[in-house]
Design a protein around this ligand. Structure first.
Ligand SMILES: CCCCCC/C=C\CCCCCCCC(=O)SCCNC(=O)CCNC(=O)[C@H](O)C(C)(C)COP(=O)(O)OP(=O)(O)OC[C@H]1O[C@@H](n2cnc3c(N)ncnc32)[C@H](O)[C@@H]1OP(=O)(O)O
Length: 343
């Protein structure tokens, strides 16, 4: 049966074969902690994630044809790549049986997305097999493709072969500040350059539907050169809830494009991106997860050159299970940072 909606009943706690806890042990929780958690989750449940209610909620126009709208547009005024990938995966998943789950996607961003008009998603049912199902999606604006995406789905298939890297050991998200809190802290510095203040205030005015907590704020500020590696906790804002793995994958696809490319800029604090944009993006899903719960994003850039940077990402569940991996190459046309606007 083709799953009409990006919704299924696979519980995120009923894990895939690769569900062993690796590297991190779950702390013992007291009854008090549990009560606090319940209260907190009641709070967030009131605020249904905008990613679910609007961004990833595509309008069906015809068979295999959908229309998506925008919520947050980056200050570059081109559509956020993660939004286009997330929406393309939603469109692809709509014609896939409920018992098939996204395991990989491969995308090229071929034109800038225009935030003034909606995006159309045309789905081609490339192949339906016994174990694998493949969909090709073209995202179109003004009659021309802005993204081409291929997504593959697989039936759950247990295997005796199971391994993964160990999750890096980092402070928990509760001990870290959000990007917004870091920005406010920075804005409170009396000697901050006017240009920098303006830029930071613009960033604060954005309603980004994801929450980010950098593990190392120094990397976030980019004052000094650092190795091209960053770690941050991230989650979708608002409540999504368990049980809809297809949707969680689409949300993770949205989030995965947010901070990957910046990793390649970390060794070069004296340069600012004049034109930075993802060129391609690939993603592999390994295990079940909840995208509205904190997950650790580990990003590292193995190479930069020819005005491009290559970045790999690993997305970890809090309990140490590797949930997804991604890889992206981006265009990085840079210019030196003027003395007057150094943070
Ligand atoms: C710890 C974590 C904290 C993180 C906090 C971060 C906070 C905020 C972060 C927000 C970040 C979100 C951003 C994420 C990344 C994205 O979403 S990017 C969006 C998705 N990707 C795209 O939109 C790319 C789409 N693809 C394209 O646009 C095109 O394929 C292309 C432009 C890459 C193709 O390039 P080209 O072939 O060069 O196109 P042209 O049309 O010919 O030229 C375009 C402009 O570039 C100029 N140009 C061309 N060549 C050069 C050159 N060699 N040098 C300099 N400039 C060049 C060309 O003149 C055009 O310029 P104009 O448009 O005319 O000005």
């Amino acid at each position: 049966m083709a799953g009409g909606e990006v919704g299924d009943s696979r519980s995120t706690s009923g894990l895939t074969p690769n569900s062993g806890h690796v590297g991190v042990t779950e702390p013992q929780k007291s009854l008090e902690d549990e009560n606090l958690k319940t209260l907190a989750s009641q709070d967030t449940q009131d605020l249904k994630s905008v990613l679910v209610t609007s961004v990833l909620n595509l309008e069906k126009l015809d068979v295999d044809l959908y229309r998506g709208t925008h919520h947050w547009v980056p200050r570059t005024q081109r559509l956020f790549g993660g939004q286009i990938i997330g929406q393309a995966l939603v469109a692809a998943a709509k014609s896939v049986s409920d018992n098939f789950y996204a395991h990989s996607l491969h995308c090229y961003f071929v034109r800038a997305g225009d935030p003034k008009v909606p995006v159309l998603y045309q789905v081609d049912r490339t192949r339906d097999g016994r174990s694998f199902t493949v969909r090709s999606v073209k995202a179109v604006q003004h009659g021309q493709p802005i993204l081409i995406c291929q997504a593959s789905f697989q039936k759950l298939q247990p295997s005796p072969l199971e391994h993964q890297f160990t999750m890096p050991s980092v402070p928990p998200p509760e001990d870290l500040l959000t990007v917004e809190e870091l920005i406010r802290l920075h804005l409170s510095k009396p000697d901050l350059a006017e240009d920098a203040k303006k830029g930071l205030n613009k960033l604060l005015a954005n309603e980004v539907p994801i929450e980010i907590k950098p593990v190392s704020p120094a990397h976030f500020y980019r004052f000094t050169p650092s190795e091209p590696r960053r770690l941050f906790w991230g989650r979708a804002r608002g409540y999504i809830g368990e049980g809809n793995m297809k949707l969680h994958c689409c949300v993770a696809a949205y989030v995965s494009d947010f901070a990957l490319l910046g990793t390649a800029m970390q060794p070069y604090p004296n340069y600012r991106a004049q034109f930075a944009a993802s060129l391609d993006h690939a993603m592999w899903f390994h295990s079940t997860f909840c995208s509205d719960e904190w997950m650790l994003y580990e990003c590292e850039s193995s190479w930069a050159g020819s005005s491009r940077g290559l970045v790999q990402g690993r997305i970890w569940r809090r309990d140490g299970v590797l949930a997804a991996s991604c890889s992206q190459e981006g265009l990085l046309r840079v210019k030196p940072v003027p003395e007057s606007s150094k943070l």
